[in-house]
Design a protein around this ligand. Sequence first.
Ligand SMILES: [Zn+2]
Length: 84
Amino acid sequence: MSCKGVNCKSLLNELCDFLDGGLDAATIEEIKVHLDRCQDCRVLVDTTRKTIEIFCKAEPVALPQEVRNRLHQALEQRLREPGS
Ligand SMILES: [Zn+2]
């Protein structure tokens, strides 16, 4: 981090942690101040955030084996039950 606060380059470096919520409050504040002044970074943060949201939703969730077994059993039971 530069001691002159956040610039465009350091913001890029911190972007992942910023969106992840993994930064300390002081750094988040510095980034917010920079975003107020810098439209380029505002657009960048916005785009990146949306990309991450889409990526997270599209990522397949791995179910634990136990959950999968129970789900399978429940489905089989449902299929055997007549007319429910
Ligand atoms: Zn900037």
